[in-house]
Write a protein that binds this ligand. Structure first.
Ligand SMILES: [Zn+2]
Length: 242
């Protein structure tokens, strides 16, 4: 472990264009439950009902119930943790090229990261699908106490700016993520098991373009064998040592 940290530090020192790739693991350390696996959010709320675009179009009450009871309270109370803050420190040293995230909680921006690519959108942004008016999470939470599903003042339907099951990832974010992965000298995975495609292609793109690959995740990932270093610890535990 000690040797791995020393080796990791050396790679960081030698890198000038780091792409950070984060998943649910880093948010978990801020108190946001993970989605998959035993005890995950999707074991309580079947995503094919509560977070599926086809159900949402027919009846968005399922989604908004889930938002009110589960998503809003956890995200509202979450604060950036040491891993988010360390990424900002690295940015101040001019080392970060892009932060690509699978998370929808906006914690990287809250911590102060500038170039964040959100592959699955951001749940803090809520828009009217008709007039595009924007609402905050707090405004919608208040609305949800009286109105289900909540509607815009124009009568239009509202949706969080997140990718639901059955929707494709935003093309522009995906393009940016691929370009970043081609151009980095270190692709650093923090708290993602790299199983969700197409995002899980990015480490391969990076590696093909001669970037180093470091994976810090509690559990093994399918890309451990092509990584330069794998550390099976939490992101905050490892980053607090650099
Ligand atoms: Zn509207």
């Amino acid at each position: 472990m000690k040797d791995l940290i020393a080796e990791f530090k050396k790679i960081i020192d030698n890198s000038k264009k780091i792409v950070i790739f984060t998943g649910a693991g880093i948010s978990y350390e801020s108190g946001i439950p993970t989605y998959r696996g035993t005890g995950g959010v999707w074991s309580k709320y079947d995503p094919e009902i509560y977070a599926n675009i086809n159900v949402f179009i027919q009846d968005s009450s399922y989604y908004w119930n889930y938002f009110k009871d589960e998503r809003y309270p956890t995200i509202k109370n979450a604060k950036p943790n040491i891993a988010h803050k360390k990424i900002v420190e690295l940015e101040k040293k001019g080392k970060i090229y892009r932060v690509i995230t699978q998370n929808i909680d906006g914690l990287h921006q809250q911590a102060g990261s500038s170039h964040v690519i959100e592959l699955h959108g951001n749940t803090r942004q809520i828009n009217c699908l008709k007039c595009k008016k924007q609402y905050s999470m707090d405004e919608i939470f208040e609305k949800l106490k009286k109105e289900l599903p909540p509607l815009c003042s124009c009568g239009g339907r509202l949706k969080t700016n997140t990718v639901l099951f059955g929707e494709s990832l935003p093309i522009s974010a995906l393009d940016e993520a691929e370009t970043a992965s081609k151009n980095c000298d270190l692709f650093l995975v923090l708290g993602s098991s790299l199983v969700v495609y197409p995002a899980a292609n990015l480490p391969i793109i990076a590696k093909k373009n001669k970037s180093k690959l470091v994976i810090i995740n509690i559990d093994p990932t399918p890309f451990d064998d092509i990584a330069d270093i794998v550390i099976n610890k939490s992101a905050s535990e490892v980053l607090s040592k650099i």
